[in-house]
Design a protein around this ligand. Structure first.
Ligand SMILES: NC(=O)c1ccc[n+]([C@@H]2O[C@H](COP(=O)([O-])OP(=O)(O)OC[C@H]3O[C@@H](n4cnc5c(N)ncnc54)[C@H](OP(=O)(O)O)[C@@H]3O)[C@@H](O)[C@H]2O)c1
Length: 283
């Protein structure tokens, strides 16, 4: 049995159907079952919360492998404890590319969690993806729909955004094939793009002009604080933006292809598959 945490998230929602198709027994850990009502019934559900250790033991029953998506180190600790007790063999953890150097806070957070898993006695595989292509929906879809514009302090920094479907494909192999334990996979898309170039690609796919405003980082900070985001998280995201603007995120790997045998999907292909999220009724 494979337990998928974060099953309703960017990666998990791609991973569940990929594993379900393979016919293996799969269980999703979900906080709200209604969110997975569309998933075929042969995929098991366990209602639980990573912050509530008492909910994890029933979810782990009979589980051999766990796909782990967390936001706090204590959540990793809770899962490790429950996994050990249940006799789980391997954890495939969704980490981040910034954990490679673990210089900035988001990298430090994930690196700390990786260390916890390394010392747990469980077998592990770490997936370290760069920026998800799906962030374009989270960050920009509403201003694209409402104003035909993207406001983001990206500067000229480049990243190689990765398609969550590719991250899920690597996870699926790590969870089902031998040879992935003890491996650390830095996962990026196939091309380095700056934010302006990403906006241009969305614009081409949408078939209407979009404006990109490279706003001052302070404006983004104020926006995040006003929208009620946690101060520590805002500090970490600001550090990440500084790193992006200094072009420190310009890292390209071919790990997706090495592991899956298929070239990583590019941003234009991802945009074509997700264009509905950027469309208004007039498009
Ligand atoms: N976005 C990026 O560019 C990027 C890049 C590299 C690494 N990462 C890392 O990827 C991870 C996020 O993965 P994602 O983007 O696939 O997920 P996501 O879209 O952020 O969704 C979060 C998932 O975690 C679940 N979740 C949140 N809190 C939970 C809790 N207390 N108990 C149980 N489930 C909980 C959510 O379930 P509900 O439906 O119940 O909310 C949802 O399924 C983070 O660790 C992030 O640092 C992100």
């Amino acid at each position: 049995m494979i337990l998928i945490t974060g099953a309703t998230g960017n990666t998990g929602r791609e991973l569940v159907p990929q594993l379900a198709k393979s016919g293996r027994p799969v269980r999703m850990l979900v906080r709200d079952e209604r969110k997975v009502a569309h998933i075929p019934a042969h995929v098991e559900r366990a209602v639980g919360d990573l912050d509530k250790p008492e909910t994890l033991a029933p979810a782990m029953r009979g589980v051999e492998k766990v796909f782990l998506v967390t936001y706090e180190t204590q959540q990793d600790a809770n899962v490790i404890e429950a996994a050990r007790r249940a006799g789980v063999k391997q954890v495939v953890k969704l980490s981040t590319l910034e954990a490679e150097e673990h210089k900035i806070q988001v990298g430090k957070w994930h690196y700390e969690r990786e260390q916890l898993i390394r010392s747990s006695g469980l077998e592990w595989t770490f997936l370290r993806p760069g920026m998800f292509m799906s962030n374009a929906i989270e960050w920009w879809a509403s201003s694209i729909k409402e104003q035909g514009a993207v406001y983001f302090p990206g500067g000229k920094g480049r990243v190689a955004p990765v398609d969550p479907r590719d991250v899920a494909a690597v996870a699926a192999l790590a969870l089902t094939q031998p040879g992935h334990c003890g491996q650390v996979y830095a996962l990026t898309g196939p091309e380095l793009l700056n934010i302006k170039e990403m906006v241009q690609i969305i614009s081409q796919v949408l078939g209407r002009p979009l404006r990109y405003a490279d706003i001052p980082p302070l404006a983004a900070k104020l926006f995040m604080l006003r929208s009620g985001m946690d101060r520590e998280l805002v500090k970490a995201l600001m550090e990440m933006l500084r790193s992006l603007r200094k072009n420190e995120g310009a890292i390209l790997t071919d790990t997706v292809e090495q592991v899956t045998g298929c070239r990583a999907g590019d941003f234009e292909t991802w945009c074509r598959a997700h264009v509905k999220f950027f469309r208004t009724t007039g498009d």
